[in-house]
Design a protein around this ligand. Structure first.
Ligand code: OGA
Ligand code: NI
Length: 369
């Protein structure tokens, strides 16, 4: 049974969108009850009993990969590859520590996202747009115009920046975060290259395999801002989804809220100081012929006090390749491991994902043979 009348709620969501004030604008206006277009069905909410939340009592935690000794050609490297294989095959998620990225770079990135979202509303509004062909945009509540159903909306605002083939147009970025993003992206590319080596080896491929394909060459960076919500139990910061990317690297601030669906249980992904969270995306699952798993996750609405901030880097195929036919990596196929997915392209995958992948559905099954 629907809890709210979504047709009327849809109209209200579009009216809110036209105001270009973001979720933060609602909070700043002192609202104490959330508009109905933010209310999620009971079974999807964070406190729903149909998918119990792990409270840590059983000690279930996502794997931690320690990159200390990455360049040493010894036992450590072998252990690292084995740990990555296990993490990607069973959890699709892991924390990364000792990655060598300076804490200052991470902190400044988070602070610059805060600065963007906390600048005066009139200045921020100029960036408000749902035209995703732009290099930069700011918008609320996810991709409400792309997905099959705009409502329910999500309790967050996003600054989204794109670079095709590593070619960042830094001048196009908001000045408030330009230099921080430049520094941050350099470090993200280094980390992506390290992980691509380990993931290639974990698949039994040459260490350069994944990077040489150009599959992870483009980057989309989302600077999410999850304002504290007066009724957090009724809504979500990000609904259940898997990422369409190949690899995603998440930097979260000190707030919790990110959860991953593991063995039908929501497991908290705790904010570990100095760590990154990495996860496998749908297109990597397809290329790896299901050897790596793209796992569903969500973000609870931030309950009170400070907003939650995250910087999420999505690694995607380079622009010139998005229409190129591709399917499961040939080297991974054999009589015992026949292809699970048909040949498609990233563009074709994305056009399907955009509609179903953002309303709680999964895009991958559509591409199964
Ligand atoms: C995403 C996502 C998690 C976060 O942007 O796809 O899952 O912590 N974000 O913001
Ligand atoms: Ni995600």
């Amino acid at each position: 049974m629907a809890l709210v009348d979504y047709t009327a709620a849809e109209k209200e969501l579009y009216e809110f969108d036209d105001l270009k004030i973001g979720v933060k604008g609602l909070v700043d206006a002192g609202l104490t009850h959330i508009p109905r277009f933010f209310i999620h069905p009971l079974e999807c909410r964070g406190n729903s009993s149909s998918a119990p939340q792990n409270n840590g009592a059983d000690g279930v935690e996502i794997p931690v990969i320690d990159l200390e000794g990455f360049n040493d050609n010894d036992d450590r490297r072998v252990k690292m590859v084995n740990a990555i294989r296990y993490a990607c095959a069973t959890w699709g998620f892991f924390q990364i520590v000792n990655h060598g990225i300076p804490v200052a770079v991470m902190e400044e990135m988070v602070e610059s996202i805060r600065r963007f979202h906390e600048q005066p509303q009139e200045a921020k509004m100029e960036w408000y747009s749902r035209d995703f062909s732009r290099k930069v945009n700011y918008y609320s509540s996810g991709d409400i115009k792309g997905r099959a159903k705009p409502v329910p909306a999500e309790w967050r605002d996003t600054l989204s920046c794109r670079a095709a083939d590593d070619q960042w147009d830094f001048d196009a970025l908001p000045e408030l975060c330009r230099s921080e993003m430049r520094e941050y992206m350099k470090n993200m590319i280094d980390l992506q290259e390290k992980l691509s080596e380990l993931m290639s080896e974990a698949l039994g491929l040459n260490k350069d395999h994944l990077s040489s394909t150009g599959y992870l060459k483009s980057i989309k960076l989302s600077g999410h801002y999850y304002p504290a919500c007066p009724e957090p139990d009724l809504t979500l910061g990000t609904i259940k989804h898997s990422d369409p990317s190949l690899l995603t690297l998440v930097l979260q601030d000190k707030s919790n809220g990110l959860q991953v669906l593991h063995n039908d249980q929501w497991v908290d992904v705790p904010a570990v100081e100095g760590a990154f969270v990495a996860n496998i995306g749908d297109f990597m699952q397809l290329l790896s012929n299901d050897k790596f798993k793209s796992v569903e996750h969500r973000v609870l609405a931030t309950p009170f006090g400070k907003p939650r901030i995250s910087a999420v880097s999505f690694f995607l195929p380079c622009a010139k390749d998005i229409h190129k036919p591709c399917g499961p990596i040939k080297e991974l196929l054999s009589d015992n491991s026949p292809p699970i997915y048909r040949i498609t392209s990233y563009a074709e995958f994305m056009s399907h994902y955009r509609v179903v992948g953002q309303i709680g559905g999964r895009a991958l099954p559509h591409f199964k043979l």
